[in-house]
Design a protein. Sequence first.
Length: 259
Amino acid sequence: MRRVTAAVALAVTFLLGVSLADAELVERGNLFVKFDGGIAPTALPRTARAPIAVRVDGTVRVLAGAERPPALRHISIAINRGGVLDTRGLPTCRRFQIEPATSAQALEACGSALVGEGRYVGALALPEQDRFPLQGRVLAFNAVINGKRAILAHVYGSAPVPNSRIIVFHIHQAHGTFGTVLSAALPARLNRSGYLKKISLNLRRTFVYQGRKHSYLSAACSAPAGFTSATFPFSRVSMTFADGRKLSSTLIRTCKVQK
């Protein structure tokens, strides 16, 4: 992975219509990915953890003249160790309950396990046919797979034909700066004839368990004594594509100590 040089960045910013001040733009050859995201709210207690939402999204582009981006094969989202994930008492969803299903059917079956939502934009490119745009809704459900925590991301779109997919994000704990890692493999059968343009995911859920309020994700703003804000590496996001290229970026964000 290489940072975009100043000259190329100006051209690509115009091409993608994005602001580098708000996102991280990385490139490998003619392939570009804009990574963005953050937490909400940004004002948090200094020591006690409070509920937060975590948003991450990625936009994929190729330079003008290229046929299409390669298919996405793997995505990883590593969240700063200061963000704590809590699933105690939270209902779980099982794959057979939401596959196949529309978004409405998935919510009816597993709404109690919902931990986030998002959107996706892509395209379907069949041989000797025009490309068809694909877009739809992503619903993230709390799950347990092989005894370990996971997220079932239900992807549904109605055009050009109704279609639903399940992307499994396995969750594991790690040491170092990023304590929680969500990783998903996208087999070729999921997007053999399609490719991704943009995907976004916003994780947030509060619930009550044993009479106490819990949050799926929570954090504090651990600013040093005497400081009212802190800058920290919020997330490390990476995408690996069918041609072997891997693009990654670390998103740096700032929080404020809640008064």
